[in-house]
Ligand binder design. Sequence first.
Ligand SMILES: NC(=O)c1ccc[n+]([C@@H]2O[C@H](COP(=O)([O-])OP(=O)(O)OC[C@H]3O[C@@H](n4cnc5c(N)ncnc54)[C@H](OP(=O)(O)O)[C@@H]3O)[C@@H](O)[C@H]2O)c1
Length: 253
Amino acid sequence: MNDALGSPQSALLLGGTSEIARATLRALIARRCRTVVLAGRDKASLDEAAAEARSEGATTVETIAFDAQDVAGQGRLVDEVFDRHGDIDLVLVAAGVLGDQEAVEKDPAAVGEIVTTNFTGPAAAMLACGNRLRRQGHGVLVVLSSVAGERTRRANFVYGSSKAGLDAFAQGLASSLVGSGARVLIVRPGFVRTRMTAGMSPAPMATTADEVAQVIVRGLEKGAEVVWAPPPLRWVMVVLRHLPRALFRRMPA
Ligand SMILES: NC(=O)c1ccc[n+]([C@@H]2O[C@H](COP(=O)([O-])OP(=O)(O)OC[C@H]3O[C@@H](n4cnc5c(N)ncnc54)[C@H](OP(=O)(O)O)[C@@H]3O)[C@@H](O)[C@H]2O)c1
């Protein structure tokens, strides 16, 4: 249950090794979050994230195996975590891959891995989390979407479309939770300097994982439904979404 000041005391991170997830967790722990479940694929990286969480002040820290590719297994995983802890105040959906657009265009079968990791797997987990949050009557599901999903570009439409699906799904789930006491916060970062974008030239208005984390905690405090990181990207995307197609296609990739 959120503490007296409305801050989450327990969190489940699906993609607990993500740099944005870890930065968000540090910000949550600084606001008194004490129970943490880190879900991910790589045991060593999870252990490292768990050690960080403990050193920041979390008192109950658990790591569990989670693979977004296992769509059928998401419901069981989510139920086990909620059953074990009784109450989860915040779920962060952070798992995602950028993928190699050029490679996928040459090997169309590879599109499934990106779409499953970014959309289908998280969607199954989000439905399961939505059901549990609705049942407990409180809690927030924070979803790392992307501005790439607001209008897909030639250079990365595979990733962009998977995020568009995730974002639309999260919007619908948010509507389904109205009146239940639970809610959804959709986060749309632009370019964030993390290992996901390592080696790429930063796009205009590039941010860091810690800056995204601050946008998330401010959004949580305000009860926002959608936030952009950095916030002014919201207005950039209003323009880009409405740009005539011919003009949009002439923009730099
Ligand atoms: N960086 C950006 O510019 C940016 C911008 C907008 C949105 N986002 C979104 O923000 C989220 C976090 O990204 P990040 O920047 O923090 O990058 P990151 O550090 O690379 O995090 C990606 C996370 O996804 C996990 N993951 C990948 N495939 C998985 C699978 N099959 N099953 C479970 N977990 C899987 C990774 O786990 P492993 O440790 O096992 O690889 C890692 O925890 C992603 O959803 C990303 O799309 C990022």
